[in-house]
Write a new protein. Structure first.
Length: 572
């Protein structure tokens, strides 16, 4: 087995590694460190977060700088403040036995004057977020003309976050002769462009496959209807009692909403997003690290740089807009040699995105079913039994045992176990006993059956249509804004020439009727009626089109469109 001793590292660095308890180099360290120590070269290293890449560039950088010189020789650019601080701390740990080295972190949200002062004292290494560094350059508070090494860490993330211009400008302030070491989890075109523009014949180091996800993570997907996303999330969490998870939402609003609901429902959850102050974000992250928060609900941007090693599950509450972002999300679990699971909650209409994800991660996403009440109770019970078995017994309890014994004396061991376990079991059993199956990825007929059982939808007729310049998307937007409903609360919007239909949940019926009871649209009275017929099924649109061929043009709810022979204009 390769040891750190054989990589060519200097004594003070080996001493620090020893003190930190690092015994063997990780694959990226094994490949990168000797190369960077031997050669002055540019490199492109494709490695996921959690693979030990900070040491892979940090150790050679520390060995190469001259501590007798005060000017800035090493520059590390990182996407977020969190990551910037983590890298700085880690570099300081590696430099514990080197005299005279100064490592300064610069990032937004803190005093620029203080950071400028620290740099002025002499900073051989600066770890920076691009925005703040650009600011310091513009104010002439930092000088990069003698930089020898520039590291672009998580380059794909930095470019995703819109730092392309800042990076280009920063790099043009550094000497052409410097070496650039680029680290990235994925290799999108934007990173390749930067590499081409600023690097000279870079050596390429790939750990695992290009753009592939980590092998330690397995991927699961759960198909539910849009309105069942939240109950599905709860079931997934309940079915994994020891879960320690990052839950990803697409927007700040959804992130906060999901976290609030979870807290209301009694989970140890917290939200992490850009609308929180830096101080609030620090508090949330600290609680998560200490496992006081079990479920961290986060946006993609806020979760960048989260470096917590033992996250058991990543849950994609919603898929990201950019499918590539999925790799970053799933990379938050399966770190530091652990295994992890990345779960995706999707609706039927999103299911095609799974193929794209599989292509990117080069691994299979296994379709799974949301566990039912019985399965959840089983895993909770098993977890409880294990917890009881592993519970540490405190000496202090002895003094109370006689009274407790008196109460429980007449119970056999079996009875005692049954009662003990029942305390927890009843809670879950009562909650889940009458709840429906949430899975929608079953056969069409099964789906239709479960759909007709629900009976909680209501279908409306409305007297505006394609003639009024509506298609289903425009009508849906109009209804959403007028009724102030979520997009998942309005469905099956079908637009004919002269009128349209839409479906919503029964709970909204009163609101819909009341808003449209007296509604003028450009001087025209809007008429709304509940449609008598059952709501259409999801797959009906295809069947209807086939049926209507060559027949009188009746819409599927039996209303006849005045324009004879005209087919439905738009449907969804
Ligand atoms: P990174 O990919 O640099 O964020 O590192 C992930 C985690 O692994 C950090 O907490 C490091 O301190 C730790 N680490 C890095 N290299 C090693 C190693 N060779 N042995 C043990 N832990 C390591």
């Amino acid at each position: 087995m390769i040891s750190f001793n054989s990589l060519g590292l200097a004594k003070p660095l080996l001493q620090a590694l020893d003190q930190m308890g690092f015994e063997t180099p990780t694959p990226v360290q094994e490949k990168t460190i000797p190369l960077l120590l031997e050669k002055n070269t540019d490199i492109v290293s494709l490695a996921q977060t959690g693979t030990g890449k900070t040491a892979a560039f940090g150790l050679p950088m520390l060995q190469k700088i001259d501590c007798d010189q005060n000017h800035t020789q090493g520059l590390v650019l990182s996407p977020t403040r969190e990551l910037c601080l983590q890298i700085t701390e880690e570099l300081k740990n590696y430099a514990a036995f080197i005299n005279g080295v100064n490592i300064v972190a610069v990032y937004g949200g803190a005093s620029i004057q203080d950071q400028a002062k620290s740099i002025k004292k002499g900073a051989q290494i600066i770890v920076a977020t691009p925005g703040r560094l650009q600011d310091l350059i513009n104010r002439n508070m930092v000088h990069l003309s003698k930089v020898d090494i520039c590291v672009l860490d998580e380059a794909d993330e930095m470019l995703n976050m819109g730092f392309q211009e800042a990076i280009t400008s920063i790099l043009s302030n550094t000497p052409k002769t410097k070496n650039t070491w680029l680290f990235s989890a994925t290799m999108p075109q934007s990173v390749a462009v930067i590499a081409k523009k600023f690097m000279v014949k870079p050596e390429e180091i790939t750990i695992g496959e290009r753009n592939a996800g980590t092998k330690n993570v397995s991927h699961e997907c759960y198909t539910v209807s849009g309105r069942d996303r939240y109950p599905a999330l709860k079931r997934l969490v309940d079915a994994h009692p020891g879960i320690f998870s990052v839950i990803f939402c697409r927007t700040k609003r959804d992130t906060q909403k999901v976290a609030d609901k979870l807290i209301e429902d009694g989970y140890d959850a917290a939200a992490l997003h850009g609308d929180l102050s830096q101080n609030q974000r620090d508090i949330v992250m600290k609680s998560f690290r200490l496992k006081r928060v079990q479920l961290l609900v986060a946006t993609d941007v806020a979760a960048r740089g989260i470096d917590v090693d033992n996250v058991t599950h990543v849950i994609n509450y919603q898929l990201p807009d950019e499918i590539e972002t999925y790799t970053h999300r799933s990379g938050r679990t399966g770190r530091a040699g652990n295994t992890g699971i990345s779960m995706i909650i999707i609706t039927q209409s999103e299911s095609r995105k799974i193929k794209s994800i599989e292509k990117i991660i080069k691994a299979k996403v296994v379709a799974k079913k949301i566990p039912d009440g019985k399965e959840i109770c089983e895993s909770q019970l098993y977890h409880l039994a294990q917890k009881i078995h592993q519970t540490e017994i405190y000496d202090e309890i002895e003094e109370y045992l006689p009274q407790v014994n008196e109460v429980l004396n007449d119970l056999t061991k079996e009875e005692l176990i049954k009662r003990l376990v029942s305390v927890e079991f009843i809670r879950f059993h009562n909650y889940y006993k009458n709840l429906k199956d949430l899975n929608t990825n079953i056969s069409t007929s099964a789906r239709e059956d479960s759909y007709s059982d629900k009976g909680d939808d209501v279908r409306f007729f409305i007297n505006i249509g394609a003639r009024d310049n509506y298609d289903w998307m425009v009508l849906k937007d109009f209804l959403r804004s007028v009724l102030n409903l979520d997009k998942d609360d309005l469905f099956h919007v079908d637009v004919m020439d002269n009128f349209s239909f839409f479906t919503t949940f029964k709970i909204h019926q009163q609101k819909v009727e009341s808003i449209f009871s007296n509604f003028d649209l450009d001087g025209r009275k809007i008429k709304l009626e509940v449609s008598e017929k059952k709501p259409r099924r999801k797959n009906d649109s295809f069947r209807d089109k086939k049926k209507s061929k060559g027949r009188p043009n009746r819409d599927f709810e039996g209303r006849r469109d005045k324009k004879k022979g005209k087919k439905r204009k738009f449907t969804r």
